[in-house]
Design a protein around this ligand. Structure first.
Ligand SMILES: [Ca+2]
Ligand SMILES: [Ca+2]
Ligand SMILES: [Ca+2]
Length: 346
């Protein structure tokens, strides 16, 4: 452990030196990792394994386009291509990072200033209806995710976000379905440095969050369930907690770990959990998933893709798992027995 701590110090010094020279690395104010013994590291690793998780270290070998634009039409947009890569865990198993993307259709643009003209006031006329139950009711979803979402309704894929990384956009999808309805969102905080949960030349630890409003009155709030499936970057896994019921909690982990610099990113660890088969289906048991965490407007920092459509999003809250920074793939669920339309009285 003396050796490892010495390495940390050397790495930090090297990172600062490189940053001074090229101004291209992470914030040198990264939190130093607390000293940990070999026994503590081994126990933490065992806890991850017992919870069904798998640990990888370092970056993905390569990346491919994630069914997302390769450029924007409009100049001046903050465009970063969304790519997926593959990392291997300690047992040699491969994981797609930050997530594999469904091959299905994307929804209708509400706001898209990359491959469309910004605010789309004509979206209602452009909606197609995905028919799940021919004798069901028609519902329209309004969704804004940082950065990517897929919507499943009663286990059926309905639509996905057309832009998986940046710029920020928002999307509408319409479907016909019978109650009870299980809404399921697969949400990804995308990353540029694949496998280590960071973005941009400055190795920023990006954050996530999602907000959705359905025309039957269902909206994102603390009544949803949310579980994380990809946690990065981590200096090590000692900060992770797992409840006896299975809930995963990274809220004690540094949101700016010491490895979060260009010089040290290859030492960052990530924890992956397999997405359970049938997780979006009504019969899936989410009883051991934690409740979704609600974030304030200031924490979420909504962009024009949300602020230009506030009436469509209504009273929906910004939600995610318990760590909006390092939980990067989050599955969310909510089942409603009847329409949730209600008065807007406080
Ligand atoms: Ca998006
Ligand atoms: Ca993140
Ligand atoms: Ca993000």
């Amino acid at each position: 452990m003396v050796e490892e701590r010495a390495l940390v110090k050397t790495g930090t010094a090297a990172a600062i030196a490189v940053c001074i020279m090229v101004s291209a690395c992470g914030d040198s104010a990264a939190q130093a990792p607390p000293p940990v013994s070999a026994d503590e590291l081994a126990a933490a690793r065992q806890a991850v394994v017992a919870a069904g998780g798998h640990v990888s270290t370092g970056r993905a070998a390569a990346g491919v386009n994630a069914s997302s634009p390769t450029k924007c039409n409009a100049p001046g947009t903050q465009f970063v291509e969304a790519r997926t890569g593959t990392v291997k865990d300690n047992e040699g198993r491969e994981w797609r990072v930050p997530a594999a993307v469904h091959s299905g259709d994307s929804g209708t643009d509400l706001f898209n200033d990359c491959t469309n003209n910004g605010l789309n006031t004509n979206y209602a006329a452009q909606l197609d209806t995905i028919v799940i139950d021919p004798d069901g009711v028609e519902v329209t979803a309004f969704i804004h995710g940082d950065n990517y979402f897929e919507l499943y309704v009663n286990g059926t894929f309905v639509c996905r976000d057309p832009i998986a990384f940046t710029p920020f956009n928002s999307t509408a999808c319409r479907f016909r379905v019978k109650y009870p309805i299980t809404y399921a969102l697969r949400a990804v905080d995308w990353e540029e440095h694949l496998g280590v949960g960071m973005e941009y030349g400055r190795y920023n630890v990006g954050d996530g969050g999602i907000v959705a409003h359905f025309s039957d009155g269902t909206l994102t709030d603390e009544s949803w369930k949310a579980e994380t499936y990809y946690i990065a970057p981590l200096d090590n896994t000692t900060c992770l907690k797992f409840s006896a019921l299975g809930g995963r909690d990274s809220s004690a982990c540094p949101v700016k770990p010491a490895c979060a610099t260009s010089a040290r990113a290859a030492t960052c660890q990530a924890v992956h959990f397999p997405e359970p088969a049938g997780w979006a289906a009504p019969e899936f048991n989410d009883g051991d998933w934690p409740a979704a965490s609600v974030y304030t407007r200031a924490q979420f920092g909504p962009k024009e893709a949300y602020t230009s459509l506030e009436s469509e999003f209504g009273a929906a809250r910004f939600i995610w798992s318990r760590n909006i920074k390092i939980d990067n793939l989050v599955l969310l669920r909510k089942t409603v027995a009847t329409p949730q339309l209600r008065s807007e009285q406080p």
